[in-house]
Ligand binder design. Structure first.
Ligand code: DHB
Length: 488
């Protein structure tokens, strides 16, 4: 959404009294009054910022929550049909690249001059709560790593527990928490929705002194989730095997907010051998999931990676192209589409892979030299980077490399939990990935969405035409979806 604005952000300190002992009780009286102009409309809101959401933080800069409430609710107004009691709580995390992340703030972006998701959410009448979280580079003063997996998901859960614990005093409805995130943040959003109240995280939450409350959420919004990390290498090579030319992104630019640098190249013979090995693993994994389409037909792959699952992934691209066409987009530049009488009738998947070209070298996530961001994610208190797949552990190019504990890998994967009648899973899911996103295989979001659908959760999954790896777009559509699941 493009917004031309004059920005007025004014903050008035209303009350300041910080209690020394943090008993995790929300204090309604400590806030600032802010406002911002969005599309000619002044959006007024109360800002409760920097709230510690655990009693014993290990990184107090990041383990905090910002809560924002539309001012109208304090004047008994109704906004988009919601009241101070019924408003959903929009829970955007700012995690990118599995790095540490501060809580987000509502603002107008300096570059695009657009209001961000938080500000638009407030205008729409949602209560907004943004949790910070530790990440893969977090360290304490003694040099001990404090943000390795599963720290980020534990932190998001602690923040959700705080919201439930204080539901009576925090505006909005803690039974209507809608998590939102992009990329690594999208993966964590999905993981939060999949792992609600799973006791495997309890010892971590107890150590932090998280509030004794549920960490279930109502809905997940995930943009381009970088998830199912322990199978993402195989999925990537399933998609790109045989396509050896790449436009590699600069690894230090993983945060999607930052301009990415690309290096062109071609896989070496050794890298092609790695690609072959990983690609050959994927059909076994996929078939083991026993997925089926909406008509009950099995989604499978033969040993060469062909079959109904591949056709399904291609149909997702086709549906995306059709939606773009139906919205009057000119698709004539996309020579890999066949369009007849206003219908997209064929996708040339081989040519698609020269459009959405390989961006990562095999293994894409568990790098043999431990150089991927995900290797750092799976480090531990004393080891910066570790392997997390059997293949890369076995074929590591690093002497004395270590491998992450299996239960930690399990705790980072939403697919560990998604099955029918599982207690604690968010009932509603919205997943968006661009057709030009090359950060992970399209198979990854397709598996997540299908596994959820097959387990009878409500899933809204669509590939967004020609979009690269990015998030928080078409927010009016996201908000319509939130309203459709909240106003019932
Ligand atoms: C992100 C991007 C990646 O390619 C990745 O492997 C992990 C995280 C990100 O943008 O958050």
């Amino acid at each position: 959404m493009k917004i031309n604005t004059l920005v007025t952000l004014s903050a008035i300190a209303v009350s300041l009294s910080v209690s020394a002992q943090n008993d995790l009780t929300f204090n309604q009286n400590i806030y600032t009054e802010n406002s911002a102009k969005v599309n000619g409309q002044t959006v007024e809101f109360r800002a409760y910022e920097g709230i510690p959401y655990v009693k014993n933080p290990v990184d107090s800069k990041f383990q905090t929550l910002n809560i924002y409430v539309p001012e109208g609710y304090f004047k008994n107004h109704t906004i988009s049909g919601y009241t101070i009691q019924t408003a959903p709580i929009f829970l955007p995390n700012g995690v990118g690249g599995y790095m540490p992340s501060r809580p987000l703030t509502p603002k107008i972006d300096e570059h695009s001059h657009s209001a961000n998701a938080l500000l638009l959410a407030l205008q729409h009448g949602y209560v907004v709560a943004s949790p910070g979280a530790r990440g893969r580079t977090s360290q304490n003063s003694k040099g001990v790593y404090t943000g390795k997996a599963p720290a980020a998901i534990v932190d998001l859960k602690a923040a959700v527990r705080y919201l439930h614990f204080n539901d009576k005093s925090i505006p909005g409805d803690a039974n209507k928490i809608i998590s939102n995130g992009t990329s690594a943040g999208g993966a964590l959003s999905a993981l939060l929705g999949a792992s609600g109240d799973q006791d495997i995280y309890d010892t971590y939450l107890e150590q932090l002194g998280a509030a004794p409350a549920s960490d279930k959420i109502y809905a997940v919004s995930a943009f381009c989730p970088i998830t199912d990390l322990d199978h993402a290498d195989a999925a990537y090579e399933w998609q790109f095997n045989g396509y050896n030319d790449y436009k590699k992104m600069d690894i230090s630019m993983l945060d999607y907010h930052i301009q990415r640098k690309e290096t062109k190249g071609t896989l070496t013979k050794d890298q092609q051998i790695v690609s072959d090995a990983l690609a050959s693993q994927f059909p076994g994994y996929l078939n083991g999931l026993k997925l089926h389409d909406s008509n009950g037909n099995p989604l499978t792959l033969d040993k060469n990676g062909n079959g109904s699952f591949k056709k399904y992934v291609i149909s997702l691209i086709q549906d995306s192209a059709q939606s773009a066409l139906d919205n009057n987009r000119d698709l004539s530049q996309f020579k890999w589409l066949t369009i007849t009488d206003g219908k997209v009738t064929n996708i040339d998947f081989d040519k698609y892979r020269t459009y959405a070209i390989r961006a990562k070298l095999p293994p894409a996530f568990d790098a043999l030299d431990l150089s991927a961001g995900e290797n750092e994610l799976f480090g531990n208190a004393s080891t910066n980077a570790m392997h997390f797949t059997a293949y890369s552990s076995k074929n590591s190019s690093t002497d004395n490399s270590a491998t992450a504990a299996a239960n930690v890998v399990y705790m980072m994967n939403p697919l560990s939990f998604i099955q029918p009648d599982q207690q604690g899973i968010a009932p509603h899911w919205r997943i968006r990935v661009g057709t030009n996103d090359r950060d992970t295989s399209l198979a990854i979001s397709a598996i997540l969405a299908t596994r959820l659908e097959n387990s009878d959760y409500d899933v809204n999954y669509h590939l967004t035409w020609d979009r690269p790896h990015s998030g928080d777009y078409n927010l009016d559509a996201l908000f319509s979806w939130i309203d459709s699941i909240s106003q019932n």
